[in-house]
Design a protein around this ligand. Structure first.
Ligand SMILES: *Cc1c(COP(=O)(O)O)cnc(C)c1O
Length: 390
């Protein structure tokens, strides 16, 4: 069999994002044993780097073996027992997966249905908890299917705690790309994924459990239904007990170490500012071309993922195909009701750079013009460059 030869794409979809050379080098480091003292040292450092990324002092801060979805699964599996009440703010594909998973763990699910394209309002959470108390409230910080950023998390956390519930937040598409303050906002459980704004290939799900969530774990009447994702077992491999549970994904842990070190060196706030500036440039460029963004309220646009409506007269699928074939550039298509009607453009990690923004605007402008769309093809680059250079 000949060796495979994947191309080096420019990744501007909803994830994965481009991987920096230092992270690739970490993947190539020698595989040691999962009980090797040097690996334990790496695990300890990864935990400390993860606490910086989550901005938390939480003891139970580790990386689950699996992609972002394993973070969702671990959170729900460990927090919920049969008959528990959970309120899920469902406003997109990812928050839309939570009810199904929670039900599989025996929970009574109540959904706060949020129209696609806007964030959950704090009063909607308050109303749901007033109607009936719940053990857990869950929502998504950066909803990758719509491009909505959930604002007011601190306010929502307070509403939850006043009503005796804990708050679980999905930051798979936002951690490392937008501001997220686990401790300052008093969020109880947060999980993420490596391949979006953390700039590491897919395969791990960072997760953090605060005091209230640890208490829920300690007070469980029944064992966690999933053995593989049982945090009470996994924890004893990450802490000083070092009890084998499953073989740590050694090389991926090394890669996460490198990715998180790069974030530390850049500085989390600088990195967040870089993503915000590139998103501002992208949005200005798209609007200058005459294209419309799906999320109406600018304050609720997620900097790491932009949903842009495909203009009249264009071929949505052909546009993406041409971007890939002629420009080596990947973006995502719309999901659900937006299928065939929108594009999802990611600015995650290494993707949030001027060259990515300018190339995308120039390429998509040319393609749409050729398809006969009435857009101002050249205006996009000019408007974005003014922000980038300004
Ligand atoms: C990508 C994503 C997930 C799923 O992560 P996988 O790595 O594909 O398992 C979950 N939530 C959000 C918000 C995402 O963007």
């Amino acid at each position: 069999m000949p060796e495979i030869d994947p191309p080096s794409r420019i990744l501007m979809g909803p994830g994965p994002s481009n991987v920096p050379p230092r992270v690739y080098r970490a993947l190539m480091m020698p595989t040691v044993g999962h009980m090797d003292p040097t690996y334990f040292k790496t695990m300890d450092q990864v935990q400390s780097l993860l606490r910086e990324a989550f901005v938390t002092k939480n003891e139970l801060t580790i990386a689950i073996s699996g992609t972002g979805m394993s973070g969702m699964e671990t959170s729900l599996a460990n927090l919920l027992e049969t008959g528990d009440e959970i309120v899920i703010c469902n406003g997109g594909v990812f928050s839309g997966r939570m009810p199904e998973i929670a039900r599989r763990y025996g929970a009574n699910v109540r959904e706060v249905k949020i129209p696609w394209g806007r964030a959950t309002k704090p009063e909607e959470v308050a109303a749901a908890l007033k109607e009936k108390p719940a053990k857990v409230v869950a929502l998504v910080h950066g909803e990758t299917s719509t491009g909505v950023l959930q604002t007011n998390i601190k306010e929502i956390a307070k509403i939850c705690h006043d009503a005796g519930a804990i708050l679980l937040v999905d930051t798979v598409a936002s951690l490392g790309g937008t501001d997220f303050q686990t401790d300052a906002w008093d969020v109880d459980v947060v999980y993420s994924g490596t391949q979006k704004c953390l700039g590491v290939p897919p395969g791990l799900a960072p997760i953090t459990f605060g005091k209230r969530a640890e208490e829920i774990l300690a007070k469980r009447k029944t064992k966690v239904t999933s053995w593989y994702f049982d945090l009470t077992l996994i924890r004893d491999y990450w802490n000083e007990k070092r009890v084998y549970h499953h073989t740590g994904p050694i090389n991926m842990t090394n890669a996460l170490h490198a990715g998180l070190s790069l974030i530390q060196e850049e500085g989390l706030s600088n990195r967040v500012a870089r993503h915000a500036k590139m998103a501002k440039a992208l949005h200005a460029g798209l609007e200058a071309m005459g294209l419309k963004l799906f999320v109406q309220n600018a304050a609720e646009r997620c900097p790491t993922l932009t949903t842009v409506l495909a203009p009249e007269g264009c071929d949505e699928v052909l546009t993406r195909k041409t971007l890939l074939e002629q420009h080596n550039l990947e973006i995502g298509g719309g999901l659900g009701d937006l299928k065939g009607k929108a594009w999802r453009v990611g600015l995650m990690g290494e993707g949030a750079r001027p060259n990515h923004v300018l190339l995308f605007l120039s390429a998509v402008g040319g393609i749409l013009k050729k398809q006969g769309c009435k857009i101002h093809a050249g205006a996009g680059v000019e408007a974005a460059a003014a922000i980038i250079n300004g």
